[in-house]
Design a protein around this ligand. Structure first.
Ligand SMILES: [Fe+2]
Length: 352
């Protein structure tokens, strides 16, 4: 005999919904919630990003940063930096979900006083010559295209004894540090730190295929400044020898010379030369990436959005968005992302 449909009251669906809602309300008073209601949004099938593809053109950035020079001194500002805020993350001081990016300027004669913090930083020099970053006792004089690292808790200060303003891109991992709620910072009484090593000591000690005997293995590179003068000829030579990746061009990874690993545990960087007429194949990866055009001009198609870039423009490709580079003329791109952190956690993925 068939089970009569009448064994269930006609309004059972309504009843169970009402019972569930009452249950959710009751557990909410005990600071609990049902996972099954949010499962699809907290464990997504594919990466979901709030970051938008975006380009900051250097013409705009430079004139506004220069204007800020008449409004506040580097000493008063501590760091005179205009933040490059992703349009989808306004008010959050970040270019991607995990990376801060900003353009800093030091005018002739200025000093940005010594401090240190748990967040790690890199500088990528855009304009000027002869300003320095002093890191852990080494005063690194910088030129356009130089890549300077300041590992977490490393004391650092900047100064510009030259007669030209210097501008550089700062990228920091503090959104990650703040995600873990692990920020510390300290300012020193003296604006500048004592230097005990000469400019270029660290590159010469550690960046030449030999290491001072007894160099400890650490998860951050001992090299302070990876100069453009040394790195550019390498990618040019790779390009000339045909070592050109179909997606990335002739690309090198900035490496910790002691371990071969990334320069910092949280951030990794690359320099790539795109041959004239390069039409890159599509690529995507889970690390949201900040690019700088160092030379040339071109476009990057990000998921249907075409970003046009020229010298010193900064642009962002969000995580897991398919992108491809096009370069009508020979171009050089610097890029930086949180890939090392993702790899350390085992969550980094790439695909075409
Ligand atoms: Fe700093």
């Amino acid at each position: 005999m068939a089970v009569a449909a009448t064994t269930q009251p006609p309004n059972s669906k309504h009843n169970i919904e009402a019972m569930r809602e009452a249950f959710y309300a009751r557990i909410a008073t005990k600071d609990m919630a049902p996972l099954w209601k949010v499962m699809r949004s907290v464990v997504t099938k594919e990466p979901v990003t709030r970051t938008k593809p975006h380009v900051w053109h250097y013409d705009d950035v430079k004139s506004l940063v220069m204007e800020s020079g008449s409004l506040i001194s580097a000493e008063e500002a501590k760091r005179r930096v205009l933040i490059l805020e992703n349009p989808a993350l306004r008010g959050q001081s970040r270019a991607t979900n995990t990376l801060f990016a900003g353009v800093q300027m030091i005018l002739p004669g200025e000093v940005a006083p010594a401090h240190r913090h748990a967040a790690a930083a890199i500088r990528f020099v855009l304009d000027g010559e002869g300003a320095y970053t002093a890191v852990e006792g080494e005063k690194a004089f910088m030129a356009p295209g130089d890549f300077v690292i300041t590992a977490n808790w490393a004391p650092h200060d900047h100064g510009n004894p030259s007669n030209k303003p210097m501008l550089w891109l700062d990228v920091l991992d503090f959104p990650v540090v703040n995600f873990y709620e692990t920020s510390f910072a300290e300012h020193f009484d003296d604006a500048t730190q004592e230097t005990t090593r000469q400019d270029g000591d660290s590159l010469s000690f550690y960046g030449s295929g030999v290491l001072p005997d007894g160099t400890p293995t650490t998860n951050r590179s001992p090299v302070i400044n990876y100069t453009y003068a040394r790195t550019r000829p390498i990618i040019e030579r790779m390009m000339q020898s045909g070592d050109v990746d179909k997606r990335h061009g002739a690309r090198v990874r900035y490496a910790n010379p002691v371990t071969g690993g990334p320069v910092l545990p949280t951030m990794g960087a690359y320099l790539a030369m795109l041959p004239k007429g390069f039409k890159g194949e599509p690529y995507r990866a889970t690390d949201g990436t900040v690019f700088v055009c160092v030379e040339g001009k071109g476009t990057t198609n990000v998921d249907g959005n075409v970003l046009e870039w020229g010298k010193n423009d900064v642009f962002v490709v969000p995580p897991w968005k398919r992108y491809s580079h096009n370069a009508p003329e020979q171009s050089v791109l610097f890029s930086i992302s949180d890939r090392p952190a993702q790899e350390a956690l085992g969550i980094w993925r790439e695909s075409n």
